[in-house]
Design a protein around this ligand. Structure first.
Ligand code: CP3
Length: 341
């Protein structure tokens, strides 16, 4: 039993007193206590040590008070389990020293036994569920196959992921083989996460919006849909695509319980494009958390009025930025909590 089940009710489309609120990337990044842990342990050590992952996951619940926890981990633990060496370089982000940029390299990528390879994640879920003790639901997540491919082929972060696109367009057969391997691994992984106890899952397609709509269908959505099909009867799925407003209609017919939208799509357009019945999540501009708390409160109330209090999950339109003052993050969460229609 979960005490505060606002998120789960919103995902089922039930009427609620006020919308639930959480923030993408709320675990880590901007919290001072997280920064202290960051000095002591490198990134993947934090991910691979269930006690640390649990501590970081629960930190925002205690210090900022959102209605759901999201497990501290990373979308890149999946390709790591597939035998690909990935480093997290401070100041640079993810680096793949040997990018997967030829058909031969794609053939060498394995679909692993996720039960064994990612056991540390399931341990972290079990510890976190104990620590949360039914207070709020726990969200598990995975990257979309396309977004993961972006890092594997490009070899590092990018604003355009031009090398990843080039590979897809010059070697489409190999690209699809890689996407399918990531998809198969992700489905097995998310099923294990559900077994370990997560209450909902979110798919992060952070780079879907870099593709034109037809390419989005071919290289991203096709695989997102496979994952949703495999999971939707076990757990509510939230499908988030940054810049993917053009796909909202199709996403709304996918079996996902909710769709994430970013700040470039107005609430009424998102409602219109998604058919008006599905739960939407978003879409506060993360940079707007630099505004004064009093302005944040005002803007949040306006955002809820625009989306409506039902079938809505208040969130940012992308991850919280690392230098947001904790008081401003709190103002965002409190503004939703004090909302009355
Ligand atoms: O709420 C949470 O933060 C939960 C954990 C979480 C992390 N990454 C921890 C993390 C989640 C949900 C992610 C998802 C993720 N990781 C995405 C999709 C969402 C998004 O923001 O677009 C992507 C694209 C990644 C890949 C990744 N991991 C990048 C590009 C970086 C470097 C830049 C940065 O700081 O985001 C990471 C590192 C990372 N993942 C950090 C954290 C807290 C920061 C590095 C550190 O703590 O040492």
């Amino acid at each position: 039993m979960i005490e505060n089940d606002l998120l789960l009710r919103a995902l089922r489309g039930e009427s609620v007193e006020r919308p639930p609120v959480w923030m993408m990337r709320q675990a880590g990044r901007y919290l001072p206590d997280f920064m202290k842990l960051k000095e002591k342990y490198d990134f993947f050590t934090r991910c691979r040590t269930p006690e640390l992952a649990t501590e970081i996951t629960v930190m925002p619940i205690r210090q900022v008070g959102p209605d759901a926890a999201i497990l501290f981990s990373d979308i890149l633990v999946v390709p790591q389990a597939m035998g690909i060496h990935i480093e997290m370089q401070p100041g640079k982000g993810p680096v793949v020293p040997q990018p997967i940029n030829t058909p031969e390299k794609v053939e060498q990528v394995i679909v692993p036994d996720v039960q064994e390879e990612l056991d540390y994640v399931y341990q972290a879920i079990k510890f976190t569920k104990q620590e949360l003790n039914g207070e709020v639901p726990l969200i598990g997540f995975a990257g979309s196959p396309w977004t993961i491919l972006c890092y594997l082929v490009q070899g590092h972060g990018s604003k355009t992921f031009d090398k990843a696109k080039k590979f897809c367009f010059m070697e489409p057969i190999a690209a699809h083989r890689l996407l399918q391997k990531i998809t198969d691994t992700t489905i097995a992984y998310l099923k294990e996460k559900v077994k370990a106890g997560v209450d909902a899952v979110q798919l992060f397609d952070s780079w879907g919006g870099l593709l034109e709509p037809k390419d989005y269908q071919e290289f991203s959505w096709k695989y997102m849909q496979q994952i949703i099909n495999a999971l939707k009867n076990e757990v509510p799925v939230i499908a988030y695509g940054k810049g993917c407003w053009f796909a909202l209609k199709q996403m709304s017919q996918s079996g996902a319980a909710a769709l994430g939208v970013d700040w470039t799509c107005e609430a009424r357009n998102a409602r219109y494009l998604s058919g008006g019945n599905i739960t939407l999540q978003g879409n506060f501009d993360p940079a707007r958390l630099y505004s004064k708390p009093i302005e944040i409160r005002h803007m949040v109330h306006q955002m809820i009025n625009e989306f409506g209090k039902d079938r809505y999950i208040a969130n940012l339109g992308h991850g919280i930025l690392p230098d947001i003052p904790v008081d401003n993050a709190r103002a965002f969460v409190d503004a939703v909590k004090e909302y009355r229609s």
